[in-house]
Ligand binder design. Structure first.
Ligand code: IMP
Length: 443
């Protein structure tokens, strides 16, 4: 139970979408679980929405009426008037991309100002040299590449951890910023030279970044203090996770991961909200599994990939890459429930399975003739795991117009109940399409 300021209620034991408390939403797979849609739904019930990790490697799609919004860095709460959105200290920010995103959303009629968007002065900046290094490292890895989004995320977090990063707050101190950039570029240019890339002119880059600082200055602030003030006035917070559990730098399929903590703990370190102020954790899960980029994926299935791609599904919003697709994996999901402390699951994309006669569910792995009940830490061992499946009957009818749990075909309900039972968690939401209204609350 939260300590400090008394909470209005405690929601861990009962799913009650009208009552929110401070909630962390995490991806329970390899990202792209349809979190944008779940976040959009949950946002309606909170006051504040926080991004606490990742950068513009993420891409959330939210469809409102006939308009499609694509969000990369800005929390999707921005689409709901009256909500306050925060980009926390744990995020890495490419300010050029952020300014473009703001301009795109304003162009679609979304109001954005320091009244509804605050950005942490401690968030680290992503520079073009991070992208160049990201690309060059991928090239050097050849066959063993990670398959990154090439947005410079790994090198930017690398600088942060090596204590040579430059932060958003530095943009508000032009002299200090130029000094830091000049000194950083010396080492960077040496590295770029080794890769055969052109050196960077720090003055030109500095001017470009300082110009973005001017555009963003009203929004750049100490978001830790802002968040605590909001909590003290009983505001409720949704932490919207980016990427997913198995892309977590510590708990994912290392090295085929992103460079931040995508699991629930990242919400605290990436925002300055202590763990005892988090009331519940909601996991987002696709009714099947997808991943982009390289790395182990035991339930990957070419036929299912072909089917979903032929329906125009599973193409990454941000990079246009086709996602790898496979069956639901109970072994991986159980681990995600454990490491995040997932209280309830939101299962999205159920309609992707509508046409199937039979559906496979992975209940265990096998490696070297032995049964394996949890994802191996070592990626080589993980790659040698083969799935043990059970078959369940499909429902072979559209679910897209279902608006209540009882509207769903019986076999679809049985499937959802089976996967949640195997994962060891409760079902709370079901997504049957991209639109806001295609969300079913399970009571
Ligand atoms: P990076 O985050 O660009 O360094 O990429 C590292 C790995 O994370 C790659 O496999 C990417 O495909 C994956 N990744 C990063 N962001 C996302 C996302 O938003 N959805 C799915 N995969 C992602």
């Amino acid at each position: 139970m939260s300590r400090g300021v008394p909470r209005r209620f405690y929601a861990r034991d009962v799913f009650c979408p009208e009552l929110m408390a401070n909630t962390v939403l995490v991806g329970a797979q390899w990202g792209d679980e349809g979190k944008g849609k779940v976040i959009d739904y949950l946002t309606d019930r909170v006051d504040v929405v926080v991004r606490s990790q990742g950068g513009n490697n993420a891409g959330h799609t939210v469809v409102v009426g006939d308009t499609k919004y694509i969000l990369r860095l800005i929390p999707s709460g921005i689409l709901r008037p009256g909500k306050i959105c925060l980009i926390g200290n744990g995020v890495v920010v490419d300010p050029i991309s952020l300014c473009e995103e703001i301009a795109e959303l304003r162009g679609q009629g979304v109001e954005i100002s320091s009244r509804n968007l605050l950005i942490s002065d401690a968030a680290h900046l992503v520079f073009p040299y991070h992208k160049l290094i990201d690309e060059q490292r991928e090239l050097a890895h050849g066959r063993n590449k990670i398959g990154t989004t090439k947005r410079g995320i790994g090198p930017a977090y690398g600088d942060k951890i090596a204590r040579v990063g430059i932060r958003l707050g530095d943009l508000l101190e032009p002299e200090l910023f130029r000094e830091r950039l000049e000194s950083r570029i010396q080492e960077v240019n040496w590295l770029l030279q080794q890769y055969g890339s052109k050196p960077i002119d720090w003055r030109e880059l500095g001017d470009q970044y300082l110009a973005t600082g001017e555009q963003l200055q009203d929004m750049i602030t100490n978001t830790v203090l802002a968040l605590h003030r909001l909590m003290d006035s009983q505001k409720e917070i949704l932490f919207e996770g980016a990427q997913g559990t198995f892309l977590d730098i510590d708990h994912g399929t290392y090295p085929y991961v992103t460079s931040s903590n995508t699991t629930a703990g990242g919400a605290c370190t990436g925002s300055g909200v202590p763990p005892n102020r988090i009331d519940r954790v909601v996991g987002a899960l696709k009714a099947y599994t997808t991943r982009v980029g390289e790395g182990p994926f035991p339930t990957e299935n070419q036929e299912l990939s072909d089917l979903l791609h032929s329906m125009g599904r599973e193409i990454a919003v941000n990079t246009g890459r086709k996602r790898r697709c496979g069956w639901f994996d109970a072994v991986a999901t159980r681990f995600a429930v454990m490491v995040n402390g997932i209280d309830e699951m939101a299962v999205t994309n159920l309609d992707g399975l509508d046409s199937l006669e039979t559906i496979k569910i992975c209940v265990a792995y096998e490696r070297d003739g032995k049964k394996v009940d949890s994802p191996p830490t070592c990626v080589r061992k993980f790659k040698r795991c083969t799935p043990v499946y059970i078959d369940v009957p499909g429902w072979k009818e559209p679910t897209t117009s279902a608006r209540s749990y009882d509207d769903l075909p019986k076999n679809a309900r049985l499937y959802l109940e089976k996967i949640c039972e195997l994962a060891g968690t409760k079902l709370s939401l079901v997504g049957v399409g991209q639109k806001r209204e295609q969300t079913i609350v399970v009571r």
